[in-house]
Design a protein around this ligand. Structure first.
Ligand SMILES: CC(C)(COP(=O)(O)OP(=O)(O)OC[C@H]1O[C@@H](n2cnc3c(N)ncnc32)[C@H](O)[C@@H]1OP(=O)(O)O)[C@@H](O)C(=O)NCCC(=O)NCCS
Length: 170
């Protein structure tokens, strides 16, 4: 990936993913999440049934620059949920992920949503800073406690995994 504009990537295009993109995306997940085995969170179904509310970013030479997988909640149509978002480590701080979320916010608004939700591990300080910079607020309501400096819910997933529950008003 070629950095331009003082290290920031200007030449990135955005499009909907298709099922044909699945393998190239799932292949990078563990690396992009610093070696955590998170590819298990991305089975093929995400590229079969959620492509209409997901986004892919590519450089002009076709290299994967980032992706966002999200959906509008079937149970609460006023809420859109981002399941995974990441950008290529060689192109971080180029506003790729911000631009992915901006497109997802537009999808959510167009669908009539009033909030976007996302969860992240409180120890993922970059993700916490990133979400806050986009206007997400950590749920500090009942059951939350300060974990790694952020209001978070202990044992939120599987009874063992702590999570920050972020909400961003549209
Ligand atoms: C979190 C992540 C998606 C951010 O992607 P990115 O393309 O580098 O983010 P952007 O360039 O759009 O940054 C937008 C803003 O977020 C904040 N931010 C991003 N990276 C940051 C960092 N390392 N430290 C502090 N703030 C940061 C900044 O406010 C930034 O704006 P600025 O560059 O104008 O100051 C990326 O680091 C990543 O893919 N991490 C691994 C996957 C992950 O943890 N995903 C989130 C949980 S699902």
């Amino acid at each position: 990936m070629t950095p331009v504009d003082g290290g920031r990537l200007a030449e990135v295009t955005f499009r909907r993913p298709t099922e044909a993109d699945y393998e190239r995306v799932v292949r990078v997940v563990d690396d992009w999440w610093d070696g955590r085995a998170l590819h298990v969170l991305l089975p093929r179904l995400w590229f079969q049934h959620f492509t209409g509310t997901s986004w892919l970013a590519e450089t002009t030479d076709g290299e994967l620059a980032g992706f966002l997988v999200g959906f509008v909640s079937p149970d609460d149509p006023g809420v859109a949920y981002c399941h995974m978002i990441a950008s290529n480590p060689n192109g971080r701080r180029s506003r790729v992920a911000r631009r992915l979320y901006e497109r997802f916010f537009e999808d959510a608004r167009a669908a009539g949503c009033h909030e976007v939700h996302a969860i992240t591990w409180p120890g993922n300080r970059v993700s916490v800073a990133f979400h806050r910079s986009l206007g997400f607020v950590a749920d500090d309501g009942p059951g939350s406690q300060n974990l790694y400096g952020t209001p978070a819910l202990a044992g939120y997933d599987y009874g063992t995994e702590d999570r920050v529950h972020f909400v961003r008003k549209l």
